[in-house]
Design a protein around this ligand. Structure first.
Ligand code: ATP
Ligand code: MN
Length: 463
């Protein structure tokens, strides 16, 4: 018989008819005259209960099936008398594909902390309710990202993972090498000779696909990248990973205003989609993880984002009378406490801050006429602070060369980037959204390590 997914069964209007469910037992409760098995197949948060009656030929053997076992159950779909469930299966045929030793299975009823799940049970945690929900929402968000851009004619560009350039100029990159770590070839001066390395030059894992995306935007007009990025920063925080995914649209013939409109429409689309398509999982997060998450998302979808310059934002913060851990003054980067104050207390909606001092932003942002600020834009949301960082790019060759120089970067690494400013340069803009920060924000999960299947962080790549 064909398999029925639990999600589809629970969407039925009426009980009746035979169904076949394949899944894992969350719990098995053997009573004197009946066995209840809560089955979950990952298609949705809810379980479907299978009821095994005393007259079942395998009743005795089925009593000792363990939680975690992989089962296939065929039977009549009946109305359930149990609380909180509409249907149950009156089990007729049961196949035990793989039993699980109930004395050893780690995800028994008692609550296991997220930390233990992450550190010792990352291989089994997708079976836990919270993680099933996280990874379904993560999937829905990836799909919504592609839908948003594809519907608008954007081309998905697969930018390289191995690169010779440091896009952010921040120097926190993982080296990619095949040289012998014990006895690498040396130059006459005694340095490691990366000229003898696989790529005949030093290479790294990318920190961003932006520079390459720019090249493609300056040919295909509207593009985006969505792929893994890597940062060797030793940030042991609940918001940083060494390996994370980033979404980076890039648009030619577009200035910072078009870029802000795109970012606002993009976030609204993503939030609307999860609220509509992941209602069950979102209700779970709202009840158990973060009580304000659905309300916050609804509110963002319905509000126009406020737009402020950095100078105006600093002015508001200075006049706020608020006591901040990090004092504010013009020229310093905004901390998340400042960003949150602006969104949560001062404005009460998402805020896009633009025109930051050039000294706190990357070399590629377009310099304003005041020669002090650049056309950067950060989108700030409640609870999190910055969710998106972007800019209009510097499209003038002479200014770009000067900025590279000021930032102490080696211009010989960027000759290909300069070429796009030499041949058919045009104003263009884009932004980056850290995908795990997005999943974290939407679900309300406190630790970023719990929204990526296998987190890579300092001292941890065990799986
Ligand atoms: P932060 O100040 O939080 O370290 P950043 O300024 O280094 O962020 P960008 O270089 O602007 O971040 O990167 C773009 C986006 O990528 C950020 O807005 C954030 O969502 C995400 N991001 C950056 N670093 C990490 C990380 N280590 N782990 C997960 N996401 C990250
Ligand atoms: Mn950082």
């Amino acid at each position: 018989m064909a398999r029925d997914m639990i999600r589809d069964i629970l969407a039925r209007e009426k009980p009746g008819g035979p169904v076949t469910v394949q899944g894992w037992a969350r719990t098995v409760r053997a009573q004197k005259h009946v066995i209840f098995m809560q089955l979950n197949d990952g298609s949705c948060l809810a379980d479907l209960q299978a009821v095994v009656a005393e007259d079942h030929p395998d009743f005795a053997a089925l009593r000792v099936i363990g939680a975690g076992a992989a089962l296939e159950v065929t039977g009549e779909l009946a109305e359930s008398a149990g609380k909180g469930q509409r249907f149950e299966i009156m089990a007729d045929q049961i196949t035990v594909h793989g039993d699980a030793d109930p004395t050893a299975y780690p995800l028994q009823k008692k609550r296991v902390s997220f930390e233990v799940m992450r550190e010792k049970l990352a291989h089994l945690r997708p079976r836990a309710k919270t993680f099933g929900a996280v990874f379904r929402v993560r999937n829905a968000l990836s799909h919504a990202i592609h839908t948003f851009f594809q519907d608008r004619g954007f081309v998905w560009v697969h930018t390289p993972i191995i690169t010779a350039s440091d896009a952010e100029g921040a120097g926190e990159m993982f080296r990619v090498t095949t040289l012998d770590p014990v006895a690498p070839p040396r130059t006459q001066a005694g340095d490691v000779d990366f000229g003898k390395d696989f790529f005949a030059r030093p290479t790294f894992l990318t920190v961003s696909g932006q520079l390459e995306a720019e090249l493609y935007a300056l040919a295909l007009s509207n593009v985006y990248t969505f792929g893994p990025t890597f940062r060797a920063e030793n940030s042991n925080t609940s918001r940083h990973l060494a390996e994370f995914w980033m979404v980076e649209p890039e648009v030619a013939f577009c200035d910072i205003h078009g870029n802000m409109d795109l970012a606002e429409a993009f976030l609204k689309h993503l939030f609307r989609t999860v609220l509509d398509d992941c209602a069950e999982d979102m209700a779970f997060f709202n009840q158990w993880i973060e009580k304000s998450t659905c309300k916050t998302l609804e509110h963002i979808v319905e509000s126009p984002f406020e737009r402020l310059t950095y100078t105006e934002a600093v002015d508001l913060l200075e006049r706020s009378g608020e006591k901040f851990e990090y004092p504010v003054s013009w020229g310093k980067d905004l901390q998340s406490e400042h960003e949150r104050y602006l969104c949560e207390k001062k404005i009460g909606r998402p805020v896009i801050v633009t025109d930051y001092p050039k000294d706190i932003k990357a070399f590629y942002m377009r310099l304003n006429d005041d020669a002090k600020t650049v056309r950067g834009m950060d989108v700030l949301v409640p609870r999190l602070g910055e969710i998106i960082g972007g800019s209009q790019r510097e499209d003038r060759l002479d200014v770009l060369e000067r900025r590279i120089d000021e930032c102490g970067l080696d211009p010989s690494h960027y000759w290909w980037y300069f070429d796009t400013r030499r041949f058919g340069s045009v104003e263009h803009a884009g932004f980056g959204l850290g995908f795990e920060r997005l999943v974290q924000f939407v679900t309300g999960m406190a630790n970023i390590r719990d929204v990526i299947p296998f987190p890579r962080t300092p001292n941890n790549a065990d799986y």
